[in-house]
Design a protein around this ligand. Structure first.
Ligand code: 6GU
Length: 261
């Protein structure tokens, strides 16, 4: 997968050089490039913002630097696509799929695990990190010509810019790419993978500061353990995220797991 991130603070994305995602980049599983929006300005102050039409507080990101940056990134995308098509068995490829342009915004569609899975299937993702009060809306309309545009939010609170949201989304998506997480089983039994929160986990010692690990986990009875974990998932979800339970459908679980409900 290739990911391009455009930001006025490229250094904000430095953590993506660390840990699992950093390793995935080194291993060639993820081609992630960060671009400085100011490199696409033409004035000597490299300005990216201006006052809002209609008045009001704050500044709005100017359209032209964004158009220049996104056009450059989209062109790079089609070059990569054309190379692959030319390498094919002479078949003239249809129009290459438009890259998905994710615009982090508290006014976006809510990002979740299902979306992370969906986006992990894409060849190319582009993230446009807005700052200030946001990007001139015409950029979003114009970008539809080159991209499938998806404004996305992490949740109902406001960050100063898209960069921190991109760190979260790239990590959530990147860890689903084949080969990024060493043991793919760990992607199956985790919170949100089946619509419920994860069960509690324990390690040695079996007794610690007068607190014992639940006996069933020491029983060696795998059926009982699976059933206990299902109950805990359900109990936790009901307590912490009742909204998830409304959407949860036990009928979609494997038959063996349904007995817990
Ligand atoms: Cl994706 N961006 C910004 N700026 N604020 C947010 C957000 C995104 N998600 C929640 N708050």
């Amino acid at each position: 997968m290739r990911i391009d991130v455009v930001s006025i603070f490229p250094e904000y994305l430095a953590p993506l050089e660390l840990s699992l995602i950093g390793k995935a980049r080194q291993d060639g599983l993820l081609d992630l490039r960060v671009h400085d929006l100011r490199d696409f300005t033409t004035d000597k102050h490299r300005s990216v913002d201006d006052t809002p039409y209609g008045g009001g507080a704050g500044m709005v990101m100017k359209p032209e630097p964004w158009a220049q940056a996104l056009a450059a990134v989209a062109a790079a995308a089609s070059v990569a696509g054309a190379g692959e098509a030319a390498g094919g068995a002479g078949a003239m490829a249809a129009e290459p799929a438009k890259p998905v342009l994710i615009v982090p915004s508290p006014a976006g569609e809510r990002f979740n695990q299902a979306l992370a899975h969906e986006l992990a299937e894409e060849d190319r993702l582009v993230f446009a990190c807005g700052r200030y009060e946001g990007i001139d809306e015409r950029v979003i309309e114009w970008a539809e010509e080159h991209f499938t545009v998806r404004p996305m939010s992490l949740g109902d609170y406001v960050l100063n810019g898209g960069e921190v949201a991109v760190l979260a989304m790239v990590e959530a998506i990147g860890r689903l790419l084949p080969g990024v997480v060493g043991n793919p089983d760990s992607l199956v039994e985790e919170s949100h993978s089946d619509g419920l929160l994860e069960y509690p986990v324990y390690t040695k010692p079996a007794s610690w500061r007068d607190r014992d690990v639940p006996a069933v986990l020491l029983s060696g009875n795998h059926g009982k353990i699976a059933q206990w974990r299902r109950h805990e998932q359900y109990r936790r979800t009901a307590e912490r995220r009742p909204d998830l339970l409304e959407a949860f459908d036990a009928g979609k679980l494997p038959r063996a797991d349904r007995t817990a409900f």
